[in-house]
Design a protein around this ligand. Structure first.
Ligand code: ATP
Ligand code: MG
Length: 253
């Protein structure tokens, strides 16, 4: 059984149809990159999958759960198994690296325990362990606003990892980073897939990065899935189909 099943997913924002009946499955352990021009529906798709926004029609099954029927604690628990990484990191800047990472555990707590910041020693040890894995052991007590963009994104990855996720959703994880920090982040995401067996589902603007890191690419155009295949099948013609002929000049085949 696939880890994620998306069936006939439709999302309307008022009169605007952002997703037109999307169908695909993702198997556990895959690294999937989602590409497509601005406005093609990539962010909408990711946010529908973890129900940060409500789909208009269709079904999403994740890890045995019918996501659209879940509420309250059940929804929080299912969502905790999907980590999320954002373009602008979404850290609480005045808090330490450790505190930000521990926020990844909130989905497992009662509201009161969350408000008072009660974390077990085991949770703190796990947080330090993932920070070490990401090369941030020297920054555990540093305030998050004193980090570089690449370091902040590694904190974002650590926060997702302490959730003990089966899948991590990433919405343009490297769009705010320079090429060298981007490579560091992509290499960590790949390591998380290959060494921890976590499924990666990553929106990217950089076609070359998608081709290099993903096992499978989904191409969106105007809210429709127009390509689903391995990087080797992503020919210049397919890229022109996804991005329009203007993109042709930028294609390196
Ligand atoms: N909150 C909203 N209200 C109304 N329309 C929206 C909203 N969010 C997105 N849209 C529209 O839905 C469509 C898909 O937007 P979405 O942000 O998912 O695209 P995207 O592929 O992530 O783009 P980008 O690459 O620029 O991030 C666009 O037409 C957009 O204008
Ligand atoms: Mg987007």
């Amino acid at each position: 059984m696939p880890l994620l099943q998306v069936d006939q997913l439709v999302k309307d924002y008022g009169d605007v149809r952002a997703l037109h009946g999307i169908d695909f499955d993702v198997d556990a352990g895959e690294f999937v990159a989602v590409i497509g021009p601005s406005g093609s529906g990539k962010t909408t798709l990711i946010r529908c999958i973890n129900r940060l926004i409500e789909p208009t029609e269709g079904d999403i099954h994740f890890d045995g759960n019918a996501m659209r029927t879940l509420k309250g604690a059940d929804l929080r628990a299912a969502r905790a198994r999907m980590g999320m990484i954002f373009q602008h990191y979404n850290l609480v800047t005045r808090l330490s690296v450790l505190e930000n990472v521990l926020h990844g555990r909130l989905g497992y707590k009662s509201t009161m325990a969350g408000i008072f910041g009660f974390y077990s020693d085991e949770e703190k040890e796990k947080a330090v362990e993932v920070l070490t894995l990401l090369g941030l052991d020297a920054f555990v007590y540093r305030r998050s606003d004193q980090l570089s963009g690449g370091q902040k994104q590694r904190v974002g990855i650590a926060r997702a990892l302490v959730q003990d996720p089966r899948m991590i959703l990433c919405d343009e994880p490297i769009s705010s980073l320079d090429p060298s920090s981007s490579k560091v982040i992509m290499d960590y995401l790949k390591k998380i897939q290959t060494e921890l067996g976590i499924t990666l589902f990553v929106n990217l603007h950089q076609v070359d990065v998608a081709k290099r890191y993903a096992d499978r690419i989904l191409g969106f155009r105007e809210g429709r899935l127009v390509f689903d295949g391995p990087p080797a099948d992503l020919s210049g013609d397919v890229i022109r189909d996804i991005y329009g002929t203007e993109a042709g000049e930028l294609i390196i085949e």
